[in-house]
Design a protein around this ligand. Sequence first.
Ligand SMILES: [Cu+2]
Length: 122
Amino acid sequence: MKISTIILTAIVVVALAAGFYFTLNNSKITANAISIEPEMININASRWSYTPDTITVKKDQPVKIIINNQDTTHGISIPELGVMGIGSVEFTPNKTGTFQFRCPTRCGVDHINMVGKLIVTD
Ligand SMILES: [Cu+2]
């Protein structure tokens, strides 16, 4: 075997090993970035209110709101944050402020008055 072939083979092996190492490292970084557990919040929903009716969360912190229906099917809708769900909603607030949430299901005569408040802080 020529010396140049041996050197070329060695270079290829080192390059592959380096590529493999960086790929592994990048995988770890990605895994860490998406492994942030959502903050779990339980809320009771019944005709026609939420308990609690005010929730405070942090911007950029994933949150999962579990909606415990006490009578019929209710949910949470926050159009300004692109959030809508029944049973539970999971999202990451991307802006601070005070947002009204409403029930997205027609759950009865006072459905329109079923509102809550989400406060997103820094
Ligand atoms: Cu409702």
